[in-house]
Ligand binder design. Structure first.
Ligand code: ADE
Length: 229
């Protein structure tokens, strides 16, 4: 898979992909991640990528021209499954959407900033709009990192134990059961006996029960979805 992230603040995306699992995935060639600076696609003298909103009002708007240049230059190299725009009014991101996006070959993710992008970008260039939640960030970069992370970890071979992505919270519309590690007794706070029993089938049953109970208490909306399946 290849992900091209288009932003006017590329520095914001230097950290998230340069460590741990996401770095290893790139090294292994399982994902190619490219961050593009919108300013490199501006044709005006001052490399300006934003301007005042027609009709007035506070805040700058990202111009269509550099965005169009960047996206068409990428599209001339390969086909893209989606051109995603990160926006607080997009479709709410969730596990099924991550699963679906992880089947893509190539994705473009455009990060908004300031007051957003010229509406014509959304109308003519973007194929999907995603929000990571009902709150407003200063820009789409963090949101693009969240979506990329959730998608990349689903690519086969990215996680060392491939089944671990399948047993995640939300993969079965359930949250994950509690986990423990050593010591078995920490200042009198003990790990449940069943986990030390070595009885695999019983442990599995316990985990399932715990996951169900947690889902019911913590995420009742997921629980009713699961019950009605
Ligand atoms: N840009 C600003 N806020 C956002 C959000 N909640 N999701 C996606 N992109 C955003």
């Amino acid at each position: 898979m290849r992900i091209d992230i288009v932003t006017c603040l590329p520095k914001l995306l230097e950290g998230p992909f340069d460590d741990s699992i996401l770095k290893r995935a790139q090294k292994k060639g399982l994902v190619e991640l490219k961050v593009h600076n919108l300013r490199d696609y501006a044709t005006n003298k001052h490399k300006k990528v934003d301007d005042y909103a027609y009709g007035g009002g506070a805040g700058m708007v990202l111009m269509i021209e550099p965005i169009e240049h960047c996206i068409s230059s990428l599209k001339s190299e390969r086909d893209y499954d989606e051109v995603i725009y990160m926006s607080p009014d997009g479709e709410i991101f969730d596990q099924p959407m991550a699963n679906q996006l992880s089947l893509s070959q190539n994705l473009i993710i455009l990060c908004g900033h300031y007051k957003g992008v010229d509406e014509r970008v959304r109308e003519y260039l973007v194929t999907k709009e995603i929000s990571i939640g009902n709150y407003v960030l200063t820009g789409g970069e963090m949101a693009a990192a969240v979506v990329s992370d959730a998608v990349i970890r689903l690519i086969p071979g990215v996680l060392s134990d491939e089944t671990s992505a399948l047993s995640d919270s939300f993969q079965d519309d359930m949250v994950a059961p509690p986990v423990y590690t050593r010591p078995a007794d920490y200042k009198g706070k003990k790990v449940p006996d069943i986990l030390l029993s070595g009885h695999e089938a019983k442990i599995e049953e316990w985990r399932m029960q715990q996951a169900l109970e947690r889902t019911k208490v913590r995420r009742p909306e997921l629980y009713s979805k699961f019950k009605n399946k």
